[in-house]
Design a protein around this ligand. Structure first.
Ligand code: SF4
Length: 73
C-alpha cells in the first residue's frame, strides 16, 4: 500500500492557515475523511499513503494544538 504515499505539502487533504506558506515546517490539519476524527496535525514534510495530489485547503485554526478549523473538503 505504498504506491500512493506522498508528502502533505503536495496533498489536497492538507489544510493550513489562510496565509501560511507551503513549506516543510508549516503545520496543518489532515482533512482526509478517514483521518478527520483524529485531528491529525502534520507538517508539510509529513506524509502517508492516503495522499492525493492537489493544493492544500485553507482555514483559520488549522495549525492550532489541537486544530480548531472546520475541514473545508
Ligand atoms: S497525512 Fe496523508 S492524507 Fe493527510 S495531508 Fe498528509 S499525506 Fe495527505
Amino acid at each position: 500500500m505504498s504506491d500512493n504515499w506522498g508528502l502533505c505539502r503536495d496533498c489536497k487533504w492538507w489544510q493550513i492557515e489562510p496565509d501560511a506558506a507551503i513549506e516543510n515546517p508549516t503545520m496543518g490539519l489532515c482533512i482526509d475523511a478517514e483521518l478527520q476524527p483524529y485531528l491529525v496535525r502534520v507538517s508539510g514534510n509529513s506524509g502517508c499513503n492516503r495522499f492525493m495530489e492537489g493544493k492544500p485547503a485553507r482555514a483559520e485554526g488549522s495549525s492550532c494544538q489541537p486544530p480548531e478549523a472546520v475541514p473545508q473538503r
